[in-house]
Design a protein around this ligand. Structure first.
Ligand SMILES: Nc1ncnc2c1ncn2[C@@H]1O[C@H](COP(=O)(O)OP(=O)(O)OP(=O)(O)O)[C@@H](O)[C@H]1O
Ligand SMILES: [Mg+2]
Length: 312
């Protein structure tokens, strides 16, 4: 057993002698992780996913799923993957249930498993309705249910939030989390940082076929609400606890992480920053720094997309 569910090494897709649209991509994915593949349009996300899933041939590199090489153990690795690369196609005039039943025959999945996946994606109420009546988000969920029938350990979704409204995105995030709790790892792609921040534990940032950064998201970003700021606070050594106690009393201020005893990171609306500062000073906490910060990831990704639009 491998500690990584997916390992990608030097993955490359060449379309001509001197043009690679995916160029030496390497990353590892931990078990139970939700990993994002983030990059602007044309970065090579779909091409990367297609090679991992085996829909197109790679020009170089290797892909290992659960410790097994996709070339050497094609069948076994395919059984480990559930993927939606293109929009899943359903028979619109049939119910969601009937559609799943048809797929279950191919996946050799039992009736009990069908019920299980329906529950997993929370489609119980609508499953007997015709697919033509489903919203985009419901179709998306039915697609995930379908991809999960054969109990894959790795789920791969290319741009799953396309066309979803914020409610749909939140729902998607919630059940991907549920899946993660059950040990299922998910690789999702998107060109929107904000969506990745809501869904993923880490992101692999791609640009022009290459990986330019791999970042953790969980601590700083996952729960950052829109309109709020991430504020780092540096106080005198030994006063961290006092500062923490004071700020936790303030409504709308939430501790995100504590880097060191005297270095705290909060999430709060911007307007509260001066008030918080006054409160600390009033309680004789020595403030060495209070700073609203964009995360380095936001900086990087904004710079990258600005570059693409010709703004830099
Ligand atoms: N068969 C091909 N021959 C030549 N170029 C290709 C081929 N397939 C894809 N490309 C190009 O490779 C680049 C990467 O495409 P890809 O679809 O992987 O990007 P993506 O990151 O998924 O983008 P999007 O966000 O738009 O889905 C694009 O510029 C695309 O035009
Ligand atoms: Mg794509």
């Amino acid at each position: 057993m491998s500690e990584h569910i997916l390992s990608v090494r030097d993955l490359t897709k060449r379309v001509s002698k001197n043009k690679a649209i995916v160029d030496g991509v390497s990353f590892d994915m931990r078990k139970g992780e939700i990993l994002g593949l983030l990059g602007p349009n044309g970065a090579g996300k779909t091409t990367t996913i297609r090679m991992i899933v085996g829909l197109i041939k790679k020009s170089g590199g290797s892909v290992t799923i659960n410790g097994k090489d996709i070339d050497k153990e094609a069948q076994a690795t395919r059984a480990d993957i559930g993927a939606i690369v293109e929009n899943p196609a359903f028979y619109e005039y049939m119910s969601g249930y009937k559609n799943l039943k048809l797929s279950a025959r191919m996946a050799k999945a039992s009736e009990a498993r069908i019920d299980e996946v329906i529950k997993l994606v929370q489609l119980e109420k609508a499953i007997k309705d015709k697919v033509s009546k489903y919203s985009l988000g419901m179709k998306q969920r039915l697609g995930v249910a379908q991809a999960m029938l054969h109990k894959p350990a790795l789920l791969i979704l290319d741009e799953p939030t396309n066309g979803l409204d914020p409610k749909g995105i939140r729902e998607l995030r919630d059940y991907l989390r549920e899946l993660a709790n059950e040990g299922i790892s998910t690789l999702v792609s998107s060109h929107l940082l904000s969506e990745m921040q809501l869904m993923c534990d880490r992101v692999v940032i791609m640009e022009k076929g290459k990986v330019i950064d791999i970042s953790e998201l969980a601590t700083l970003n996952a729960y950052k609400e829109e309109g709020n700021e991430i504020v780092s606070l540096l106080v005198k050594k030994g006063q961290g606890q006092l500062a923490k106690d004071l700020l936790e009393e303030v409504e709308d201020v939430r501790l995100v992480s504590q880097e060191k005893e005297h270095e705290l990171i909060f999430e709060m609306p911007r307007r509260l920053i001066p008030m918080v500062n006054k409160q600390l000073v009033g309680a004789e906490v020595d403030v060495f720094g209070i700073e609203s910060k964009r995360t380095s990831l936001e900086e990087k990704f904004l710079a990258l997309t600005a570059e693409q639009k010709g703004e830099v």
